[in-house]
Design a protein around this ligand. Structure first.
Ligand SMILES: [Zn+2]
Ligand SMILES: [Zn+2]
Length: 425
């Protein structure tokens, strides 16, 4: 969810009001009358830990690149004109923190801080303590609400009105906070542990996949391959399209496969099958047919569930303690074994963020004749080609949730790829 505050400290004040309102409100108006002293003390201890973990999530730096950082060979050399320093892989310049952030996940308006390499464990612990406290409140207020229901036949003057008002107000509010934080926590864990990705990298992967589907990526990929390896990109083959492909898109018929294989492949097919004269001009430009799908992409930083988790948060013995911290440097990363199989043979992202190479692309799309295709083929092709996002620049591109790079807090001005180049191996 994208939230931008005109007055940024409001993003911290709102959670403070919620923690204090739900926590102390429940204690004062309800728990004091219903819970044992031991339970009340436990609740106050949990609430104090929550405050402390929130404080740490706000004040702990997300991690900045070392001074005069030099990217390793074979990587992108990305210059941050604002920090006057090279950006390590996976880092971005935050428009609010006004500095480059290591392994940037997103800028969190609720902590007025970036979530990145060094403070991710603090952020996750904060979410966990919110879930612990809100669950405690939900259970105890729920019991009181149930008691009201059981006593519904008693005369109303026996019911404490203030207490009842507190239960009716705080219970739904508490459940709303719990549900929101649970969703955010699950999203973070799926990204970090299961995929080894930051939220920005999930977005980047979706962008690259869309560029493969509409075929726009190949000009840049070929250029990058030539720059890094000093030779032409060989013909690529798909490892996945005949196996995983059908599981993911079971509703399609064999004849429609060409529609999903990327733009160049699509055009070639249309020539072979439809002898479309206009489209041939596009093919002559693109030369090689790349039988490569987004399933063949390899994300290099995913080291497997357990390794991702322990690299990001340290040993499980310290996960819940404030001194639990990442095991990696945040600016140099080990890559998984799958990169050996990577046909693109380029650092991540393979297009280096160059999504502005658009010369002629729109005209080419418009020039393609569709008359000779079947109705269904036409519909699918139009859907694919005329994706309103296919002509956007990287800084404008949005995922299916409408999220742009800007929504994650990245400074778009410091993201221009003009001065970036690949370091030869
Ligand atoms: Zn910077
Ligand atoms: Zn930030």
């Amino acid at each position: 969810m994208v939230v931008n505050f005109q007055w940024p400290w409001l993003g911290v004040i709102i959670p403070c009001v919620l923690i204090a309102g739900i926590g102390y409100g429940s204690h004062l108006f309800v728990f004091a009358a219903y819970l044992s002293n031991e339970k009340q003390i436990i609740f106050e201890v949990l609430l104090s830990i929550l405050w402390f973990s929130y404080y740490l999530a706000i004040v702990t730096d997300a991690g900045t690149p070392p001074k005069n950082f030099q990217p390793p060979e074979g990587e992108w050399k990305r210059w941050c004109k604002k920090c006057k320093n090279y950006k390590p892989e996976r880092s971005h310049h935050c428009k609010t923190c006004k500095k480059c952030v290591l392994q940037m996940d997103h800028h969190c308006p609720w902590t007025y801080n970036c979530v990145g390499h060094s403070n991710l464990p603090h952020f996750l612990r904060f979410l966990v303590w919110v879930m612990v406290c809100t669950t405690f409140v939900a259970v105890e207020l729920g019991k009181v609400a149930l008691k009201y229901y059981e006593d519904r036949n008693l005369p109303s003057y026996l019911v404490n009105k203030v207490e009842m008002f507190a239960v009716i107000l705080l219970l739904p509010l508490d459940i709303f906070v719990l549900a929101s934080i649970l969703i955010l926590f699950i999203r973070c864990v799926i990204n970090f542990a299961f995929k080894g990705m930051t939220q920005i990298e999930v977005w980047e992967l979706e962008r690259i996949e869309s560029q493969i589907r509409n075929g726009r990526i190949w000009t840049q990929i070929k250029k990058n391959y030539r720059a890094l390896h000093g030779k032409e990109l060989p013909k690529l083959v798909s490892w996945s399209k005949h196996s995983r492909f059908h599981e993911e898109e079971p509703e399609l018929e064999e004849d429609d496969i060409s529609d999903l294989e990327g733009y160049e492949y699509e055009i070639e097919e249309s020539i072979e099958e439809e002898e479309d004269a206009v489209a041939s001009s596009v093919v002559s430009k693109t030369e090689t047919r790349h039988d490569f799908t987004s399933d063949d992409l390899i994300f290099p930083y995913d080291l497997g569930f357990w390794r991702n988790l322990t690299d990001a948060c340290g040993s499980p013995l310290v996960w819940m303690f404030p001194w639990g911290k990442p095991r990696t440097s945040g600016y140099l990363f080990i890559k998984n074994e799958d990169v050996e199989e990577d046909q693109l043979g380029l650092p991540w992202p393979p297009d280096g963020g160059h999504q502005e190479n658009l010369e002629g692309f729109v005209d080419e799309l418009d020039s393609i004749q569709l008359e000779d295709l079947s109705e269904e083929g036409k519909r699918r092709k139009l859907m694919r080609i005329r994706d309103p996002r296919s002509t956007l620049r990287r800084t404008e591109w949005m995922n299916d949730f409408g999220e742009t790079l800007d929504d994650f807090g990245v400074d778009l001005d410091a993201e221009d790829a003009e001065n970036d180049h690949l370091l030869a191996k």
